[in-house]
Design a protein around this ligand. Structure first.
Ligand code: NAD
Length: 450
């Protein structure tokens, strides 16, 4: 669904009219292509700042250089930057936080439209003292606030906490957060660790060649967009959806050259049927995206028991049952990736969504716990939590509620299914091996639950 305000505000004369009546003037987001380029940051001016020029700063410079960015070490008057990156991992003590001010203050007006701010900080959980933890954690409030200041330009700010020993796992996260692939991911603290075992070098483009993926609810919406992105990167994608939607499912699958698996995930035989399918057809599966989900909204007082049961079983019960078999029988290969679709409704709760909110919060707990169990096999388990995304689900909302949902974020617009698909794809790549057990929002820094 298209956003009329983004279209109108892209015309300079109308932009001023819209501004004068007090409406937001969202900047059209510039998004990455369907496939990762070898040098996704080519042509981008990136200013890099450091505190002590330590091991992380060196890795960052090498990674950005390899990704094609033009690096500047010192700010130049009047220059416009597509990216500002500060390595603050060596920042010490509360006085050390002054580095955040000293680096960013002089260049805040020089962030280009659709620009990117990325701060790298130490891992708070590794802080040796309460003061060290406070310093590491302070970066979160800083980055979230910067996000709110630059969102009007279509620009985003994100934070990467780097655990010790994970410095060589930054290349893919930097490519993602500094490029158009992360257009709607804003103000997220992401933790990169060495917890999950991985091969010594990982490919950064053509990254899913030879991989087999399952996307549930893949007929339409976010699932179809995800299937398309995974296939564009080289994966063979199997889209699963309910038999009643077989026609739409076949159309989606035909577009990407994948395979269709018409099935209801709540069918008690579904876990075993899925396991048998992948074992027989492909010898296993590398990527599982648990995307199928439904809403059946009613206030708790008015909610019929069957609506509670239905949402709980599709959005949570079926996912856990499928994983139990796919992981238990080692159908998911070593080095695999699991991504669950949570929601900001699972973080903040929503009126009329006690059933939905419970399932989406359950998934946040699930990925955190399951990730620990699977780390030894090189498998990562994460969730993404979309905010307001322009899909069939949100198109059905009454106009005023839809407008409020669209505008209540730093970018003043809704996201597209492709934006969610980009985050999911990133998490399925070999380069995202440092990220596990986390729930990352793709919500343009929505005010809800922030
Ligand atoms: P959608 O309704 O467009 O697509 C969901 C798909 O899941 C459909 O094709 C449907 O047939 C399938 N499905 C439902 N029940 C199934 C079952 N029992 N077995 C197999 N397939 C089943 O929804 P969407 O907007 O693309 O949402 C996808 C996911 O993202 C959902 O989990 C949703 O909760 C989550 N999400 C969406 C938004 C949003 O703004 N659209 C926001 C937050 C979270």
């Amino acid at each position: 669904m298209s956003d009329y305000l983004v279209k109108l505000a892209s015309q300079p004369t109308l932009r001023n009219v819209i501004k004068s009546v007090g409406l937001p003037t969202p900047v059209g987001l510039s998004r990455g292509g369907k496939q990762y380029a070898d040098q996704p940051l080519a042509g981008l001016q990136v200013l890099v700042g450091t505190v002590t020029d330590g091991v992380v700063a060196k890795a960052v410079r090498a990674d950005l250089d390899a990704a094609g960015a033009t690096l500047a070490a010192q700010a130049a008057d009047g220059a416009k930057y597509n990216g500002l990156v500060l390595d603050a991992t060596d920042m010490e003590g509360i006085d050390g936080l002054k580095h955040l001010y000293s680096f960013f203050h002089p260049v805040m007006r020089q962030i280009a439209p659709n620009g990117r701010v990325v701060v790298l900080a130490s891992e708070p959980a590794e802080g040796a003292t309460p003061q060290a933890v406070a310093t590491a954690r302070a970066t979160e409030g800083f980055v979230r606030s910067v996000g709110k200041e630059i969102g009007k330009r279509g620009a985003t700010a994100n934070l990467i906490h780097v655990a010790k020993g994970a410095e060589d796992r930054l290349a893919a996260p930097l490519r993602f957060f500094l490029s158009g692939h992360s257009a709607y991911v804003d103000a997220q603290p992401v933790h990169v660790s060495a917890v999950v075992s991985a091969p010594s070098s990982v490919p950064l483009s053509g990254v899913l060649k030879g991989k087999v993926a399952l996307v549930t609810g893949g007929a339409r919406g976010i699932g179809a967009a995800t299937a398309e992105r995974l296939a564009a990167e080289g994966a063979h994608v199997v889209c699963l959806d309910i038999p009643a939607d077989e026609e739409t499912l076949n159309t989606t699958v035909a577009k990407i050259g994948g395979a269709a698996l018409p099935m209801d995930i709540t069918d008690p035989d579904a876990p075993q049927k899925i396991a048998t399918y992948f074992k027989e057809q492909h010898g296993g599966v590398d990527i599982v995206v648990h995307n199928a989900g439904v809403t059946r909204d009613k206030t708790l007082a008015n909610m019929k028991e069957h609506l509670w049961d239905m949402v709980l079983s599709i959005n949570l019960g079926a996912i856990l049952a499928i994983d139990e078999v796919l992981l238990g029988d080692k159908i998911i290969n070593d080095g695999g990736r699991i991504v669950c679709l949570s929601s900001i409704g699972g973080i903040a709760g929503n009126m009329g969504q006690t059933n939905y909110g419970a399932t989406k919060a359950g998934l946040i707990g699930y990925v955190a716990a399951q990730s620990g169990e699977q780390a030894g096999r090189g498998i990562t388990v994460n969730a993404v939590a979309p905010g307001f995304i322009e899909t069939r689900m949100t198109a059905e909302m009454p106009f005023m509620i839809r407008e409020a949902g669209r505008r209540m974020n730093s970018l003043s617009q809704g996201g597209q299914p492709e934006d969610v698909a980009e985050l999911i794809k990133f998490l399925t790549t070999p380069g995202a091996v440092g990220i596990t057990g986390q729930t990352i929002r793709v919500c343009g820094q929505s005010l809800i639950g922030a």
